[in-house]
Design a protein around this ligand. Structure first.
Ligand SMILES: [Zn+2]
Length: 483
C-alpha cells in the first residue's frame, strides 16, 4: 500500500508546554495498574469463557461484547452496536464510534473478544484458564495476552485520557470480532460492507508479541501464509521390499526428493517465483541490530539456516520460508519391510509483501515437472495475505516518537510480524495505514496452557498507550489524513 502524500516533520513529537500534564497522565496510567483496577477489570473479562473454538460456548461470545465491551465504550461516550456475522455460524461483531469533530483525525481500533479453547486440565500455573491469577510478575488466564489483556490496556488508556481532558481530542472507532481464533470468518465481508462506517485515518491496534519483553515494539503488518499438500499415490497397497524393492518406485523416496527441489537442505527456497524481491533498504535499516529469540526459554537460533547473505532478523521478517509441517508414508508407529503405496507432505509457506503468491500452485507444479516429479499432486493452497506499511509512513514516525517520549527509549520497529494477523482486512479492504503496538511477548504461551500477561509489560503498555493518545490529541491538526 502507498503512504499518503503528506509532509511531516521528522521529529513529530516535540516536548510542549503541556509536558507536566502529559507526565501526570502517565503517572495516572501507572497508578491505574498499581491500585489493581486494571487487573480487576481484566479478571472479569477472562472469567467470560468466550472460546470461539468450542461451539457450546457461542453464547459467551455475544455476552463478552454485550456485558463487557459495549458498556465500557458507552461509559466513554461511544455509540455501539452488535452485528450478526455475515457468515453463517460466525461469531458476532461490535462496532462503536465517538466522533468529536469531523475535522479531527479518526483512529480505528481493533480487538478480538474470542480466545482459544481453555485446555482446562493442562494448566500447571495460576487457577486454570478462567480465573485471572497473579504469580510473581505473571497474570495467568486464557486471553490475558491474546487478546483481552491487550485491548483492555487500550480501552483503559482511552478512559484515562478522557478523565483528564474531558474530550479525547480526536475521533475513535472500534471494531471487535469474536472469531479471530477460528480464522476471522466474516471479518473481511463485514468490513467490505461497512467500509464507509469504518472509514478512518489510521488503524492502531494491539495483538501479538513484542520483539522481547523489555523492548516496546511497533509492527506494520504481517507475513502471509500459504498451506498446501504434496501427495504421491502410486498403488493401492504396500509390497514386500525383498520381492519388489528395485522394481517399484518408492513414493516416500520420490516425495523427499521432490520436496528437496522446492527447498534445499539448509532451508533455501529453490523455486524462483516463491522467493520475494530483495529486502527493501528501509526494511533492512529497521531490522538492523535486532536479535530474535533472546528471551529465557527461547530455542537457540541456527546461524547457518535459511537464505545466505541475510541476517537472522531479515530471514524471519523480510523473507519467505517454505516448511514441511508433517509427512507420512507407511506406518511410523510400526514400520514393516515393504514399499509403501503412497506418501504425503503438508507444506507451509510464510511470505512477505511483493511475492507473487497467486502463482504458487503453478510455480510448484512447474518446478516439480522440471525435476522429473510431474506425478506429485499439489493441492489448491490456502492463502492469507501479507501486508506491510511503509516504515517511512508519517503515522509510523509519529508512533515511534511518541513511544520514545513515554519510555525514554526508541521502540523496535518491525516492518511486519513474522506471524500472521487478519491485517489485510484493514490494509487492503479499508485501505488504512496499519500500526500495531503489541503488549505481550513471545513466551506468553498464548494458545497453550499457562497463558499469561506480564505485569511490568502491561503497566508500561498502559503508559505508552496513554502517552500515544495524548500526543494524538495534542498534534491532531498536523497528523496525516486519508482521502
Ligand atoms: Zn490468538
Amino acid at each position: 500500500m502507498q503512504a499518503p502524500q503528506v509532509t511531516f516533520p521528522a521529529s513529530a513529537v516535540s516536548p510542549s508546554a503541556n509536558a507536566p500534564a502529559r507526565a501526570a497522565l502517565l503517572a495516572a496510567a501507572a497508578a491505574h495498574f498499581d491500585d489493581g483496577d486494571f487487573v480487576r477489570t481484566l479478571a472479569r473479562r477472562v472469567a467470560i469463557r468466550s472460546s470461539s473454538q468450542d461451539a457450546a460456548l457461542a453464547p459467551e461470545l455475544h455476552r463478552y461484547l454485550v456485558d463487557e465491551i459495549g458498556p465500557t465504550l458507552a461509559a466513554l461516550g461511544f455509540a455501539w452496536r452488535v452485528h450478526d456475522n455475515p457468515v453463517p455460524g460466525g461469531g458476532p461483531l461490535l462496532s462503536a464510534e465517538r466522533i468529536e469533530d469531523a475535522a479531527l483525525p479518526t483512529v480505528l481500533m481493533y480487538g478480538h473478544g474470542d480466545v482459544v479453547r481453555g485446555q482446562d486440565e493442562a494448566w500447571t500455573r495460576g487457577q486454570g484458564p478462567w480465573t485471572l491469577a497473579r504469580e510473581g510478575e505473571r497474570l495467568y488466564g486464557r486471553g490475558s495476552a491474546d487478546n483481552k489483556g491487550q485491548h483492555s490496556i487500550n480501552l483503559a488508556a482511552l478512559a484515562l485520557l478522557r478523565q483528564q481532558r474531558e474530550r479525547l481530542g480526536f475521533n475513535v472507532k472500534w471494531l471487535f470480532e469474536t472469531g479471530e481464533e477460528t480464522g476471522s470468518p466474516g471479518l473481511s465481508a463485514f468490513c467490505a460492507a461497512q467500509r464507509q462506517a469504518l472509514a478512518a485515518d489510521v488503524l492502531i491496534a494491539s495483538d501479538g508479541p513484542r520483539l522481547s519483553r523489555e523492548r516496546p515494539t511497533v509492527f506494520l503488518g504481517s507475513r502471509g501464509v500459504a498451506n498446501f499438500a504434496l501427495e504421491l499415490k502410486l498403488r493401492a497397497g504396500g509390497h514386500h521390499s525383498g520381492n519388489w524393492g528395485g522394481l517399484l518406485r518408492n513414493p516416500a523416496t520420490v516425495l523427499a526428493n521432490a520436496i528437496a527441489c522446492l527447498v534445499d537442505g539448509r532451508g533455501v527456497i529453490r523455486v524462483p517465483a516463491l522467493r520475494p524481491p530483495p529486502v527493501p533498504t528501509n526494511v533492512r535499516r529497521a531490522l538492523q541490530g535486532l536479535v530474535f529469540g533472546s528471551d529465557p526459554g527461547d530455542p537457540a537460533v541456527d546461524p547457518e539456516w535459511g537464505e545466505p547473505g541475510l541476517t537472522p532478523a531479515e530471514r524471519v521478517i523480510g523473507w519467505n520460508t517454505l516448511e514441511v509441517l508433517a509427512m507420512s508414508a507407511g506406518n511410523p508407529a510400526a514400520p514393516v519391510n515393504a514399499i509403501p503405496p503412497a506418501a504425503k507432505a503438508w507444506m507451509h509457506m510464510r511470505w512477505v509483501v511483493g511475492t507473487r503468491i497467486d502463482g504458487l500452485r503453478d510455480a510448484v507444479r512447474a518446478q516439480l515437472a522440471a525435476h522429473g516429479f510431474a506425478d506429485v499432486q499439489v493441492s489448491e493452497p490456502e492463502i492469507t495475505q501479507a501486508t506491510r506499511l511503509d516504515p517511512d509512513d508519517p503515522w509510523v514516525r509519529f508512533t515511534l516518537a511518541s513511544i520514545e517520549r513515554s519510555t525514554g527509549r526508541a521502540p523496535v520497529l518491525l516492518p511486519n510480524l513474522g506471524g500472521s494477523l487478519p491485517n489485510d482486512v484493514f490494509a487492503d479492504i479499508l485501505d488504512l495505514p496499519t500500526v500495531w503496538i503489541p503488549h505481550s511477548y513471545a513466551g506468553c504461551q498464548q494458545h497453550a496452557p499457562d497463558e499469561h500477561l506480564l505485569a511490568p509489560v502491561a503497566r508500561e503498555a498502559l503508559q505508552l498507550m496513554t502517552g500515544l493518545f495524548w500526543d494524538l490529541a495534542e498534534q491532531a491538526g498536523t497528523l496525516p489524513r486519508r482521502g
